[in-house]
Design a protein around this ligand. Structure first.
Ligand code: HEC
Length: 134
């Protein structure tokens, strides 16, 4: 639904201005100005990373599934957590932390090809243990 709305807007906005180049694909939900260095690699490493590893997120998000890795990149998880943290931060919404895509895709209302984790509360708490420090 959201993507079709964006496509409709994109089509509408190019229809009247012939010189306007078509905008590129909309960025994934959650991606945006928050991308950058983490403030708290320490809590990413102690709280979020073990949960992401326990729930097998890297099985798809560390290269095995290209669309998954493009949407949410965990190739550095457990190898270089500073880099992994700043990549994960792209799916964090600092204006509304519980609504971050990283939480909503795996444990909330957002549609997700990877499905939901078994214990959504434990996952949410572990992720917020990091995200609330960003
Ligand atoms: C079976 C493969 C698979 C697993 C396991 C998986 N994912 Fe995904 N994930 C995908 C695919 C494919 C996409 C891109 C399409 C979509 O959003 O559904 C995606 C997208 C995402 C996104 C991007 C959503 C957005 O709006 O930008 C996030 C965040 C995410 N996954 C988090 C996770 C987390 C956290 C875990 C572990 C709890 C996980 N995924 C496990 C396949 C997987």
């Amino acid at each position: 639904m959201r993507i079709s709305i964006l496509i409709a807007i994109a089509i509408a906005s190019t229809a009247c201005g012939a010189a306007t180049p078509a905008p590129s694909d909309p960025p994934p939900v959650g991606q945006g100005p928050t991308a950058g260095a983490c403030k708290s690699v320490a809590t990413f490493t102690s709280s979020a990373a073990p949960q992401l590893q326990q729930d097998g997120c890297a099985g798809c998000h560390a290269g095995a599934d290209a669309p998954a890795t493009a949407a949410f990149n965990l190739t550095n998880l457990g190898k270089d957590n500073t880099a992994a943290c700043s990549q994960a931060l792209r799916d964090v919404n600092l204006a509304n932390r519980p609504q971050s895509a990283i939480i909503q895709a795996a444990a909330g209302a957002q549609a997700h090809k990877g499905g939901k984790v078994a214990d959504t509360q434990a996952f949410t708490n572990a992720l917020l243990g990091w995200i609330n420090n960003e």
